[in-house]
Design a protein around this ligand. Structure first.
Ligand code: ATP
Length: 264
């Protein structure tokens, strides 16, 4: 059984096709990167796999449950989504309330923007502290989220998404806007998550080869709402396929498990 399975998936909105004929299978414990130019359909595909929206045609099966036949809210409890474009929590509200980083992570337990204090016991508080530690930011626990840097917030968001012990975590451009040290810290944290949680499945959308964690096992390239290539990362991240995907000659190099791209 796959963690995620999309078969013949199409997404149409008025007058436009955002995805067409997408087939994709993600096994448990695999770590995928999804690449493609702006507007290729990456976020749209993620929102299907993360049980946020339904396809117009085709089937989407998440953790063995077919969308359309399952309570999406219940299913989402087993999925962690960190996305700049799909705000799942009202961070402004948390900032206004002066919520600490620890409180923001705790809200991941209930999947709410506001903390539901009567739902958090010692076990949840302790877990929130552990999730912050796993993301390398234990010292931020009592710091107001409002004053945390972009890099710190990025890690706090991932810690929050891990609170309900999801089977799959989706990271939609998690490194956007981070400076080099913050980016490297988050990449290292994602690599450690993959290393420490053998059953966790991850799907990361990014624009830059430099941002691909070394633990990535598979890659999928999108172009114009279609899947151009998918499979094991070494087979897919080639100069030839990336040049076709982005529409200009590109060269790809690998060093120490990480990927680098430049014009060809
Ligand atoms: N509800 C909608 N109605 C019309 N067009 C939409 C809608 N949602 C998305 N689109 C369009 O669909 C295309 C794919 O969007 P999507 O956000 O999936 O792309 P993406 O690959 O994630 O892009 P980016 O790298 O820029 O984030 C874009 O051209 C976008 O403008």
């Amino acid at each position: 059984m796959y963690a995620l399975e999309l078969t013949g998936v199409t997404v149409n909105v008025v007058g436009r096709t955002l995805l067409a004929g997408v087939d994709w299978q993600v096994g448990y414990g695999e770590h995928w990167v999804v690449l493609g130019p702006n507007g290729a359909g990456k976020t749209t595909m993620l929102s299907l796999a993360a049980a946020v929206r339904h396809p117009s045609e085709g089937t989407v099966t998440v953790l063995g449950h077919r969308l359309g036949r399952v309570d999406m809210r219940e299913l989402r409890r087993h999925l962690g989504l960190v996305s700049a474009s799909q705000h799942l929590i009202d961070e402004e509200l948390l900032e206004e309330e002066g919520a600490t980083a620890h409180t923001v992570v705790l809200t991941g337990h209930t999947g709410t923007s506001a903390p539901l204090w009567d739902r958090y016991g010692p076990a949840e508080r302790e877990r929130a502290t552990r999730m912050l530690a796993d993301l390398g930011c234990k010292e931020l626990g009592e710091r107001p989220f409002r004053v945390c840097s972009q890099g710190e917030r990025a890690r706090i968001r991932v810690a929050r998404a891990l609170m309900p012990e999801p089977s799959v975590i989706f990271l939609d451009e998690p490194f956007a806007g981070l400076d080099l040290p913050a980016r490297e810290d988050l990449i290292e944290a994602v690599e450690e998550l993959a290393g420490n949680r053998p059953m966790l499945t991850t799907v990361t959308v990014t624009h830059h080869l430099e941002e691909i964690p070394a633990t990535t096992t598979h890659a999928l390239l999108m172009k114009d709402g279609r899947v151009l290539a998918q499979g094991e990362v070494e087979q897919v991240l080639t100069g030839e396929l990336l040049s076709e995907c982005f529409g200009r000659p590109l060269r790809v190099e690998r060093d120490g498990g990480r990927w680098y791209g430049r014009r060809g």
